[in-house]
Design a protein around this ligand. Structure first.
Ligand code: ZN
Length: 250
């Protein structure tokens, strides 16, 4: 089930920051090629993880996401498992769980930025998701995966100084204005988004697609009429436009 795709707690074994064996899944060790002329580091495909790899690359090259993630210390991530250190135990006395997804994202990002390798392995990261081999050979919808990965990162960051990271980097708001053509009243509705469905076909570039999205006036007529509360909940023709919300006073 897609909604169960990320489970940081699925594997109960002790977390090791420096595992002796990268993973039981890496059977054949191939010589690692250095970076090519692009000087960029790719990610190995575990079977059908190309969609995940593309997503990881976009996160890596988003400084507003990457740098706050790197700012989290070993203590923030509950990696200092000293039983005498009260800061690493919860108020109930139990040891705090390692924030595995964030730890593995930090390590993978560091490898991709610093190692002279053509590609890195994402196996430890997908292990931190609780993925088994079947999840790495099943192709998922990248849009759905993105949403679930953000949820998992958000959950893993709870209680840290970066608990608002996903929201601050990736969330915005739009305001829908719908004007009834009968009574002329304008209705306003605010919607939060983490992604925008853009029409790119026949558009020369992304800026034009975005501009079109926020200037397009949708006609609500026929089977798509608007139920207007000011007109006794009757169905009326209406115009609808979408605006980006710039601040909380919009
Ligand atoms: Zn009306």
């Amino acid at each position: 089930m897609l909604q169960d795709l990320f489970d940081e707690d699925r594997e109960d074994g002790d977390f090791s920051y420096f595992p002796s064996n990268t993973s039981s899944k890496s059977i054949i060790e191939k010589p690692i090629s250095p970076r090519n002329e692009t000087d960029l580091c790719g990610l190995q495909n575990q079977g059908a993880t190309c969609y995940l790899n593309a997503l990881i690359q976009t996160l890596l090259f988003t400084p507003d996401f990457r740098e706050p993630l790197f700012s989290l210390t070993a203590k923030d991530l509950n990696l200092l498992s000293n039983p005498n250190d009260s800061s690493q135990t919860s108020s109930s006395g139990s040891t705090l769980k390692v924030r595995k997804i964030i730890v593995e994202l930090q390590k993978l990002f560091a490898e991709m930025l610093l190692l002279n390798q053509q590609a890195c392995s994402s196996i430890r990261l997908t292990d931190s998701f609780g993925w088994q081999s079947n999840e790495t050979i099943d192709h998922q919808d990248v849009h759905e995966l993105n949403r679930l990965l953000f949820d998992a990162i958000q959950k893993s960051l709870q209680g840290t100084k970066q608990s608002n990271l996903i929201r601050s980097c990736y969330e915005g708001s739009t305001i829908n204005y719908t004007q009834c053509k009968q009574c002329q009243k304008i209705f306003k509705r605010i919607e939060d988004y983490q992604d925008l469905p853009l029409v790119v076909q026949d558009s020369p570039n992304l800026h034009t697609s975005l501009a079109n999205m926020f200037t397009y006036r949708e006609q609500l007529t026929g089977d798509n009429q608007y139920r207007c509360s000011s007109c006794d909940n009757r169905l009326c023709d209406a115009d609808k436009v979408n605006k980006k919300r710039n601040n909380i006073y919009d």
